[in-house]
Design a protein around this ligand. Structure first.
Ligand code: ATR
Length: 288
């Protein structure tokens, strides 16, 4: 590379390494999303996808950072293990009891964060203009995916959150963990009859197998919206349910995927990529 006085200057371009660990991770869109973010923001990084089982997790993460890796995303089934692994955790990761983002700190410690809930809230409020304040929200499911989104939604001051789950006790226990942060209660699907909600979020894993929890008629309020945390090339069973029940918007989790990635990118690089074009690109590619 030439410089002003014509001499060669030795500028070493360092490529920082990032990756997503999970199982299965073959079809992950994260490498693509982060490479686009890197191009958009002029950051020099490489992002790979590694198939890592729960048994391999601790050794694989330790090796990754020992070999100079700067940050990781952790997906199914590793988020709880990542939470345990992290030396320090953000408040939102602590509340979620799950970590999807690990970041090497200057002192060599590993920070655990959870950007899933933030990604959902950004997609709902910024990308789709759904105001969460003072509305009644139903979350279907009381597993790890639900746990990660409750606190960020409560931060938006909804009127109520109801968590409904096949195993009622799990919904009640989960709600109790968050009731110090806002109005949240748990129940079974059978308790939903006669109630209606402005926003229904599907956080069950049922959608992935094209199944739906039993949802009574009238559950979605007039002008209410539906959001499935899952996404696919075709509308999920829950997105179709929303359309059939006249949802104003019936959305899947592709926008959340991109937004949680953008937030992780910000944690690692201190730069916030613009997401709209990336969401549009991924949306345009999934039509068969
Ligand atoms: P995740 O990390 O994706 O949340 P999880 O922790 O295993 O996965 O939780 C899966 C959630 O989907 C649970 O709330 C589960 O209900 P139970 O707690 O009763 O098992 C819910 N779920 C899975 N399959 C379902 C189905 N066919 N109908 C209704 N709920 C279902």
């Amino acid at each position: 590379m030439g410089n002003l006085d014509g001499k060669e200057s030795a500028i070493m371009i360092i490529t920082d390494h990032y990756a997503v660990f999970g199982q299965p991770v073959k079809h992950s869109k994260s490498p693509r999303i982060h490479q686009i973010f890197a191009q958009l923001t002029g950051q020099n990084l490489q992002y790979d996808a590694w198939e890592v089982s729960a048994e391999q997790f601790t050794g694989a993460v330790t090796d990754f950072f020992a070999e100079g890796g700067k940050g990781l995303n952790c997906t199914v089934p590793l988020k709880e293990l990542a939470w345990r692994y992290a030396d320090i955790k953000t408040e939102r990761a602590q509340l979620a009891k799950a970590v999807n983002t690990l970041a090497l700190q200057p002192d060599g410690s590993v920070l655990g964060d959870n950007t899933d809930g933030c990604g959902l809230v950004t997609d709902l409020t910024v990308n789709h203009g759904i105001n969460l304040t003072d509305i009644n929200i139903l979350i279907l499911g009381a597993g790890g995916a639900s746990r990660g989104i409750i606190a960020p939604i409560l931060d938006q001051s909804p009127n109520t959150i109801v968590i409904a789950n096949r195993t009622t006790e799990k919904a009640i226990n989960l709600a109790e963990e968050f009731e110090h942060k806002g109005a949240v209660t748990g129940c079974g699907f059978g308790d939903l009859a006669g109630r209606s909600f402005d926003l229904i979020i599907n956080a069950t894993s049922a959608s992935l197998s094209e199944q739906l929890p039993p949802l009574p008629e009238g559950l979605l309020a007039v002008n209410g919206s539906c959001y499935d945390l899952a996404y696919g090339n075709q509308p999920t069973a829950f997105v179709r349910w929303g359309m059939e029940n006249h949802a104003l918007l019936s959305l899947d989790g592709l926008g959340m995927l991109v937004e949680q990635a953008a937030e992780a990118f910000f944690v690692w690089r201190g730069v916030r990529p613009v997401t709209q074009g990336v969401i549009e690109l991924l949306n345009s590619e999934r039509q068969p």
